[in-house]
Every structure is written in structure tokens, then in C-alpha cells.
Write a protein that binds this ligand. Structure first.
Ligand SMILES: Nc1ncnc2c1ncn2[C@@H]1O[C@H](COP(=O)(O)OP(=O)(O)OP(=O)(O)O)[C@@H](O)[C@H]1O
Length: 639
């Protein structure tokens, strides 16, 4: 077995991301090497042979620093997206910006590029960061892959070594002097704070900005709940220029007295992504506290205080028209508007009339709620990368159990899961070509999935904004298109009508042509899976209870108490038999359907995805399960 230092050596040889003590690494040499590398990279911008296909002239009007242009070139972003083209110039000219653009339109860089540009300019102009500090940051802060590309690298540095790196001032004369010279400002206060509603989105933004800042010395740190706060505190002790955070974790660090989080007097940018979500109940109280702190530090001076950048695909009308005050404005919106009025504020609204992406193909199915599962199973038999949204965690868990019993390979993500498991499942889904992810609305905003072919709404979402954001997980910039299928039960028709009204869809969403007869071919199998799943859950619960009781009794009395009451009876052989026999029956049933069934054949041969089925109208038989469609249309017309 290799010991610890051998392991380090091995991973270093593999190009891994272990950091060693500055003295042992020859920081000076490394820095020189890095600076040369950066200079070469920038020079190479003009050498077409490196990436001959990427013409970056479309960015010329925006006048970006060469370090950023190089990174964009490496990402193959040859031209700015419309929202980037419109919002980067005013934001770099120190205006507040409120940006609304469809999902997947590149809003992260629309605020990220001005923030990075501003910080680069300041570091050149103001000498906020001394040359020596920059050297340390440059050498230490390069971050490579981990869970969602953001945090794991800190694991590689042993704690003691990490502390020594931060506190060691007794360097030999031939190593870099990190003690700053007199009369230079040594503290590097926080310059940009980006607030996002979910942890996953926060990590994604952090990773995206790091890629854009790869050729600069700017460091970006993500602060999120569910992951070690002490690691995040250590990251903050390195004074990153940009912090992306969920409001709850930032507030927690503020309350715990973290000096870096408290020092907001030099904050130049406050970004609120998914602003409509952030100002609604649940987040607003925290945002308000953070904002109050920033506003109080800014005082009343026009020139003080950070520039504010607010972005979403669904910016509420009270932000699109700043002069208009609406009755339904959430608490504190006026306060934020007053703050915005201190600087020039540009409102950039690029959303289309019905807000959704043009490339999206929308359908809906009117189904009895008791039949939804049959439809879902039928659809999931097809190939594709399918994202299924449900309104509750309980129903997600139930669907997961049943669909897994039906031998489908399913991933699941919701807020009731461990953070690491959530990230792992998202990563797995994202990197697969064909996969099914059951998700709660935690995943509906901002997550940049690649090539999702279909979004299925198992329940009608509670708001039109949720519908837009769920649909936005497909048909993003990098893909040709995608489909959304809304399953509407009679009791959900009111919500469905509201969505249609808010999206100006007078004729409603087009109906998907899937016949109930076709779907009912799986009825027996699905019903059996429901029963088996129920049985298995209670069997598992009993087994779990038993082992828990055993442990509890052993702990309390030193030995297991064999006397148990009637209802405590452990699962019997009979239970196990029923379960085994049921599974066998289900297997046989599926095999027999499999032999003749076209859908499964299509799935196996990869011929049909959900979208092709929906758009091609594979079944010509009269559609839908429910005869109350005209009623809904009628109702809708009246609205
Ligand atoms: N200039 C560009 N050219 C090509 N692709 C880009 C460009 N800018 C960003 N992208 C890519 O577009 C995708 C979507 O970007 P981003 O996640 O920022 O969208 P968004 O507008 O924030 O979406 P959402 O509203 O769902 O949060 C990302 O994969 C990103 O890398």
C-alpha cells in the first residue's frame, strides 16, 4: 500500500490537483512559468492555427479583456448571445442592469463577463491587490474538477499544511515574499456577491465563472448549505474576489461573524440571479437582511454601494417597468427599486410574448390522475434524455419505487436527499446520453442540462413561472430543440387554464395524440408493480424497525429482548415469498409484452423518442383519456 506522500506524488504525476507547501514547490519558478504560459496564451489569440475554426470578431464591439476573450474562445463561444450583447456594455459602464431573456440564453455570462471585466480593470487601476498577493492567488487558486467542479480540491490539502500555507511568513530569502510591503493595501475585500436560489445553481454559476476566469487570477468561491461550512470558511480566508452563494448560507456566515462576509464596504457588484424567485417568500427574508447590510454600508451617497444586476427568464413586470408600482409587489421590492434609482438602470427585456423558447415543442394530455402512471411508463419506455417533474417529494419517491420495480433505470433528485447524492445524480444524468431523472422543482431553475430531449410534467406546476423554467431545461442553446409534455388531470384544469392565459395561449397547448388503449397494454404490469412496491416498502420498514429495535434493546439492556408484542412481528417467510413470487410474475409479464410490443422494441432499437412519438402522432386513434376537453376550452375562452 502506498503511504500518503507516495500517493501525493503519484497523483501529481498524473496531473492531479494536489497542492504542496509553497517552499517545496518553488513558487517563484511556478509563477514565472505560469505568467509565461498566460502571455503565450494571449499571444496565441492572434495565431489562427491553434483554433482555426473560432472567429471571435463578433465580440469586437464589446471590447473584452484579452484574458476573457481567450477563455471564451476556448469554450468555443464565437459570438455573444443577444442578452450578452445587450447587457454587457451597460453593465461594464457601471449601470445597474435588469435582464430578462429566455431560458438557456446565456444569462450567466451576461452578468459574469461585466463582473470579471470590472474586477480585472480595478485590479489593474487601483492596485487593490498587490503584485505579491496576486502571485499567491495565482498559484494557489487554480481549481480543477470535483463534484460540480467547485469545492472538492480543498480536500487534497491536509489541514495542518493548509494552515501553514496561510500563516507562514518565515520564508527563506530565495522564496517569494508574501509579507506585503508597507503602504500597500493588503486586504482584498469581496468585490462581487452573486445570490442564487438553489445550491446546485450556485455551484454551476461558480464553475461557469471559473471557466471564464481561467486566464485571470480572479478566484470564485461557492457558499452553499449541505456542504462543509468549515471548508467554505477556509476558502473565504483566501479572499476570493467573487462569491456565489445561496442566501441562507451567506447569512449563516454573516451571523457567525465571518469577517470576509461582513466586509461589504468594497462590494462593487451585487448580482441576484432568478430574481423573481429570490424576492418571493422563503428567500426574501434572507435577501432582505443581506441587502439591508449592503445598503447601510453604502449610506446615501449616489456613488457608493454596489452596482446591481438582476436576471431571470421571468422578470416580474414591476421590475420591467420600474416606475410602475403593482399591488402584488412583494415586500421590500420598493426598497430595492429605490436603491436601483440611485444609479442609471437599464432594463433589457428580450423575452418573447409567450416567454418560452421558440425551439420548444409543447404538448399536453388530459388524463385521469389514476391513469397518469400508465402514460408515464409508456412514455419512459422510449429512448431519450427525459426529465420528469413532479410537485411533491412523496410522489417522486413513490414513482421512483414503482418505475424501478418495472425495471427502468431511474435517477432521482429532490431537496430531501443528501447534498452529495443530489450532485452525483445530477452529474450522472447530465453525462448520460439516455437517462431518466425524476426531479422536484428545486431543479427547475437555472440548471444547464445538456441535450435533454423531453420534459414531462407529471403534475401541472403551481405557477406559470415554474412551467416556463421546467420547460427551459430542454431546447437550450446547445441543442436543436426539445419537447414538453404536460399531464393534466381534471382537478388540475384550473392551474392549466391559468398557465395558458398567462402565456397568451388562447387555444391552449396542443394535444398529444396517445391512445388510452395503447397505454392500457401495460396496465397489468404497472398495477402489479404498484402492489409489489407497496409490499416491499412495508417489508423494508418492518425489517428496518426490527433491526432498529434489536440495536436499541441491545444498547439498553446489553442483550436483545426476545419478548415482543403481537404487532411487532417481524416479516414472515410468507412476506418474503409473496414478494419473490410477485417479482417473478412481473418479470414474466414484462417479457411477454416485450415480445410483441412495438414501444419496447422502439425503445430497445432506439428508434423513437418521446418527442418523435408526440410530434409524429404515432397513434392515429382518437386521443386522450378524458372527454371533458371541450369544457376546459370553453372555460378558457371565458377567461
Ligand atoms: N456566447 C455564447 N455562445 C455559445 N454558448 C453560450 C454562450 N454563452 C453561454 N453559452 C452556453 O449556453 C448555455 C446556457 O447558458 P446559461 O446557463 O447561462 O443560460 P441561462 O440564460 O442562465 O438559462 P436559465 O434561464 O435556464 O438559467 C450554457 O451551456 C452556456 O455555456
Amino acid at each position: 500500500m502506498p503511504n500518503k506522500s507516495q500517493k501525493k506524488q503519484q497523483s501529481k504525476q498524473k496531473g492531479n490537483r494536489i497542492k504542496l507547501h509553497p517552499q517545496s514547490r518553488g513558487f517563484k519558478h511556478k509563477h514565472k512559468h505560469r505568467t509565461k504560459q498566460l502571455r503565450d496564451n494571449i499571444n496565441n489569440l492572434t495565431k489562427p492555427h491553434l483554433t482555426p475554426t473560432t472567429d471571435m470578431s463578433e465580440w469586437n464591439d464589446i471590447n473584452l479583456p484579452s484574458e476573457l476573450l481567450l477563455a471564451l474562445r476556448e469554450m468555443n463561444f464565437s459570438s455573444p448571445t443577444p442578452i450578452q450583447r445587450m447587457s454587457i456594455p451597460p453593465a461594464t459602464a457601471c449601470h445597474n442592469v435588469i435582464g430578462a431573456a429566455e431560458t438557456g440564453s446565456g444569462k450567466t455570462l451576461a452578468f459574469g463577463i461585466p463582473v470579471l471585466t470590472g474586477i480585472l480593470q480595478r485590479s489593474n487601476d487601483d492596485n487593490i491587490c498587490t503584485e505579491n498577493e496576486r502571485v499567491v492567488m495565482d498559484t494557489e487558486d487554480k481549481v480543477e474538477g470535483d463534484e460540480m467542479g467547485c469545492l472538492g480540491w480543498v480536500d487534497d490539502i491536509p489541514d495542518a499544511e493548509f494552515e501553514r500555507m496561510l500563516s507562514d511568513t518565515s520564508m527563506p530569502s530565495n522564496s517569494l515574499q508574501i509579507t506585503p510591503p508597507h503602504n500597500t493595501q493588503v486586504t482584498k475585500p469581496l468585490q462581487a456577491l452573486i445570490l442564487t436560489p438553489t445550491r446546485e445553481l450556485c455551484l454551476q454559476i461558480c464553475s461557469h465563472l471559473r471557466s471564464a476566469a481561467i486566464h485571470t487570477s480572479i478566484s470564485v468561491v461557492a457558499l452553499v448549505g449541505g456542504l462543509s461550512i468549515s471548508k467554505q470558511t477556509r476558502l473565504l480566508s483566501r479572499h476570493p474576489e467573487i462569491v456565489a452563494s445561496t442566501p441562507g448560507r451567506y447569512l449563516q456566515l454573516l451571523e457567525e461573524g465571518n469577517k470576509y462576509c461582513q466586509e461589504l464596504s468594497h462590494l462593487s457588484y451585487l448580482v441576484i440571479d432568478e430574481v423573481d424567485r429570490m424576492l418571493t417568500e422563503g428567500h426574501f427574508a434572507n435577501i432582505n437582511l443581506i441587502f439591508d447590510r449592503i445598503a447601510s454600508l453604502a449610506g446615501t451617497s449616489q456613488s457608493h454601494g454596489p452596482q446591481v444586476l438582476l436576471f431571470s427568464a421571468t422578470v416580474p413586470s414591476y421590475f420591467l417597468n420600474l416606475k410602475k408600482h403593482e399591488r402584488d409587489e412583494p415586500d421590500g421590492v420598493r426598497k430595492l427599486k429605490r436603491y436601483l434609482s440611485r444609479k442609471k438602470t437599464d432594463v433589457i427585456n428580450l423575452t418573447r410574448k409567450n416567454v418560452l423558447v421558440e425551439k420548444l415543442r409543447e404538448h399536453r394530455l388530459m388524463v385521469e390522475s389514476s391513469n397518469k402512471l400508465y402514460y408515464l411508463y409508456y412514455l419512459l419506455l422510449r429512448k431519450g434524455k427525459v426529465l420528469v417533474f413532479s410537485n411533491s417529494i412523496a410522489s417522486l419517491r413513490q414513482l421512483y419505487g414503482i418505475l424501478t420495480t418495472l425495471s427502468l433505470n431511474i435517477l432521482i433528485v429532490h431537496s430531501g436527499m443528501q447534498q452529495k447524492q443530489r450532485l452525483q445524480n445530477l452529474e450522472k444524468f447530465n453525462s448520460s446520453e439516455h437517462a431518466i431523472l425524476l426531479a422536484s422543482d428545486m431543479t427547475s431553475r437555472g440548471i444547464d442540462f445538456t441535450d435533454v430531449s423531453d420534459v414531462i410534467h407529471y403534475h401541472v406546476p403551481a405557477t406559470v413561472q415554474l412551467y416556463v423554467h421546467r420547460c427551459g431545461r430542454t431546447a437550450r442553446t446547445s441543442v436543436k430543440g426539445g419537447s414538453s409534455l404536460l399531464l393534466v388531470a381534471p382537478e388540475e384544469s384550473r392551474r392549466y387554464n391559468t398557465i395558458c392565459r398567462d402565456l397568451n395561449k388562447a387555444a391552449g397547448i396542443p394535444n398529444a395524440e396517445i391512445s388510452l388503449n395503447e397505454v392500457y397494454r401495460y396496465k397489468d404490469a404497472v398495477q402489479l408493480a404498484i402492489k409489489l412496491n407497496k409490499h416491499e416498502n412495508s417489508y423494508r420498514k418492518q425489517t428496518k424497525d426490527e433491526s432498529w429495535k434489536k440495536k436499541a434493546n441491545i444498547n439498553l439492556h446489553g442483550e436483545y429482548d426476545m419478548t415482543s408484542s403481537e404487532e411487532d412481528t417481524p416479516p414472515t417467510r410468507q412476506d418474503r415469498f409473496v414478494l419473490r413470487e410477485g417479482k417473478e410474475r412481473l418479470r414474466n409479464l414484462l417479457t411477454s409484452i416485450n415480445k410483441e410490443d412495438t414501444a419496447i422494441r422502439c425503445y430497445r432499437d432506439g428508434l423513437k423518442t418521446v418527442s418523435t412519438l408526440l410530434t409524429a402522432g404515432e397513434k392515429v386513434k382518437p386521443a386522450t383519456d378524458i372527454p371533458y376537453l371541450p369544457l376546459i376550452r370553453e372555460k378558457h375562452r371565458r377567461l
